[in-house]
Design a protein around this ligand. Structure first.
Ligand SMILES: [Zn+2]
Length: 406
């Protein structure tokens, strides 16, 4: 009897092992991810660089200061770098509004450059698509510069070249509202231009001439279509989701996804919970945040603001989408356009994060899940960076050709 039981146990164990033979452990996934060039195409982290007391070299925690990216956590989560964004909130379409935003954006560009120059052994600034691989070889973190919302350019398209000289290699025309360049996907007043404005069309031409990738995230579907049609090189959606999974204006439907892929473009999957599924409204939390905003506006001490925020998170915790829901968006896009047209742009430090993946430490969960789904290491290499770099390379090749013909 004892012998039989023992046999039974060993057979059962064998079966269990067979069943899990296909499953990849998180350690294995992390090891594989470390071999790849890993980029997130929308890091809002530069906003933290100008926060007094924030040190990118130190390990922070989301629970303490709500930041999601720093060097120790990038290393733990096997993230080499990405496109570090100059984000500008949408302001008034006036000369004074443009000028103020331009100055802030220039300072933000400087903050990104300073982060690199102050830490030459940790970071390296990238301007060419081919730089990423070299920088990884040197065991440093990769810093491309991007712009979220081209509003700070005002009506002076030539200013794009100034930012290009600063190192800008990707820009999106709009943010939450319509502006001088075109329609946003989320303007409460609805579309104003039915896509790109005439100035927005000039922005596309100038970005092409310089070799800057155009980013259709936040743009209205018609604006994205205009960008695909007008741009001489493929565009990117640096942080966007699948509308088939959740019908939100910040996501794109399958038809637009296919149009994007047919033109060579890529979608980078966003982990912004509110765009991933309908979450229950929490009026008390909203109200509490109003109080917090007042503290920010009054210029209160950062520690006081953080303490208040922690208090709110304790009393009215945020409801986040699950990691599974994030992967639903991801796997859907992969199913529709394939692994050569999908990447990662999780909106870190800009509102991104799902239950179980609230900072970059947990990024290998994505790799683990994609390997489990049967995607190959080559697919992973494309998804983690090669697709975005291909689009940048195409933008740069086009610009070089235009220059050579002159
Ligand atoms: Zn955004």
């Amino acid at each position: 009897m004892y012998k039989l039981n023992k046999q039974f146990v060993s057979v059962a164990l064998g079966l269990l092992m067979c069943q899990s033979a296909g499953a990849v452990t998180l350690e294995e996934a992390t090891a594989i991810q470390r071999q790849l060039v890993t980029l997130d195409t929308h890091l809002d982290t530069p906003a933290n660089l100008v926060v007094p007391g924030f040190d990118i070299l130190e390990r922070h925690s989301y629970g303490h200061d709500f930041s999601q990216v720093d060097v120790p956590r990038m290393q733990e989560g096997a993230l080499d770098g990405g496109f570090w964004a100059i984000y500008s909130p949408q302001g008034e379409l006036s000369k004074i509004g443009y000028e103020q935003s331009r100055d802030t954006a220039l300072l933000r560009a400087l903050a990104i450059r300073t982060m690199v120059t102050a830490n030459p052994e940790i970071f390296e600034f990238a301007t060419q698509a081919s730089d990423a691989q070299e920088i990884k070889k040197n065991a440093k973190h990769i810093v491309y510069m991007s712009m979220e919302n081209s509003y700070p350019l005002g009506t002076d398209i030539s200013l794009l070249e100034t930012f290009y000289k600063f190192g800008l290699r990707m820009t999106g025309p709009v943010h939450f509202k319509n502006n001088q360049f075109g329609d946003s996907s989320t303007d409460p007043d609805g579309p104003k231009w039915d896509g790109l404005s005439p100035l927005g069309e000039q922005l596309v031409v100038e970005a092409n001439r310089l070799g800057i990738v155009l980013d259709g995230s936040h743009a209205h579907d018609e604006t994205v279509k205009d960008m695909i049609r007008l741009s001489k090189t493929p565009i990117i959606l640096s942080h966007t989701g699948s509308k088939a999974i959740y019908d939100h204006p910040r996501n794109v439907d399958d038809e637009l996804l296919k149009m994007l892929a047919a033109s060579g473009g890529v979608i980078q999957m966003n982990a912004y919970s509110e765009y991933l599924e309908a979450l229950p409204a929490d009026p008390e939390r909203k109200e509490a945040f109003k109080g917090l905003m007042k503290l920010v506006k009054d210029g209160s001490d950062r520690e006081i603001i953080l303490e208040k925020r922690r208090e709110i998170e304790h009393e009215h915790p945020a409801v986040k989408a699950s990691f599974e829901v994030y992967m639903k968006h991801f796997l859907h896009a992969l199913k529709v356009v394939g692994p050569e047209h999908v990447g990662i742009g999780a909106d870190w430090d800009g509102g991104g994060g799902v239950d179980g993946m609230m900072d970059v430490v947990n990024l290998p969960m994505i790799t683990q899940r994609l390997l489990d789904e049967g995607y190959s290491k080559e697919d992973l290499a494309n998804i983690w960076g090669a697709n975005a770099l291909r689009v940048l390379q195409q933008a740069q090749d086009y610009a070089a050709n235009v220059k050579a013909k002159k």
